[in-house]
Design a binder for this molecule. Structure first.
Ligand code: SF4
Length: 235
């Protein structure tokens, strides 16, 4: 994609949603970290249902640690995989308390050393909490970046590198949320809403949907295609 097209695309997304917000509910960096960690393989709605009850009880690493694995489990049931996520949550809190004085570390390696925290979660924290030019790639962003031609790539990491390298500085802070929300609500996997898409004229997708028609997934977009590793959803 030509740099001027890329800039125009981000300008349109910004005009449509000047201050994009995460749909996860949180009030502190620690709550954000927990919510993002819990969002793997589930919806933001399920995470919010869990944290709405959990955070009033414990919203610091110390308080969460005091609840223990069995104490947090009942609250994490809405998010699925709650046995593993309960273990990760308490392990994460223990590490924050024992190695970081209960605060979030600002370096990727230290974030990724926390139980349950992978590259995507670390990128979100580095971007949203520490203001770094990181753009986490989830399944929605992976799809939008490939369809539009914004940052084509066969793996989430390749797409992430393309986005980070080529997103103009003025758009870096919000690029993750613009692309995520666009993929979640407009450029959906099975039926992209091209007729009402604000970036349609800038998008290089060869199979745009027409008004009143659906868009079946193209063979190369179907999940689990050999050779194409897809990132987990969430955000
Ligand atoms: S025009 Fe269609 S394929 Fe392109 S970004 Fe918009 S919704 Fe997605």
């Amino acid at each position: 994609m030509h740099p001027s097209t890329r800039r125009a695309l981000y300008r349109r997304l910004r005009a449509a949603n000047p201050e994009p917000r995460s749909e996860l509910q949180y009030t502190t960096p620690f709550e954000l970290l927990v919510a993002v960690m819990l969002s793997a393989h589930t919806t933001d709605k399920s995470v919010n249902a869990a944290t709405r009850r959990l955070f009033p009880l414990a919203n610091t690493p110390e308080a969460m640690l005091a609840l223990g694995i069995e104490g947090v489990k009942p609250y994490l049931k809405p998010v699925g995989l709650y046995n593993a996520k309960s273990r990760h949550l308490i392990g994460l809190c223990r590490r924050l308390v024992e190695h970081h004085h209960g605060r979030l570390p600002a370096r990727r390696a230290e974030l990724e050393a926390l139980p349950g925290v992978g590259r995507k979660t670390a990128s979100i924290i580095l971007n949203m909490v520490f203001g770094e030019a990181e753009i986490a790639v989830d399944t929605h962003i992976f799809r939008v970046a490939n369809r539009t031609g914004l940052a084509p790539g066969k793996t989430p990491l390749a797409v992430e590198r393309g986005l980070v390298a080529n997103t103009p500085e003025e758009f870096q802070r919000n690029a993750h949320h613009w692309l995520l929300l666009h993929g979640r609500y407009v450029c959906t996997a099975r039926n992209p809403a091209c007729p009402r898409c604000v970036i349609a004229e800038l998008c290089g997708y060869a199979h745009k949907t027409a008004a009143n028609t659906g868009g079946d997934p193209r063979p190369h977009e179907r999940p689990r295609q050999a050779g194409v590793r897809r990132p987990a959803s969430g955000g």
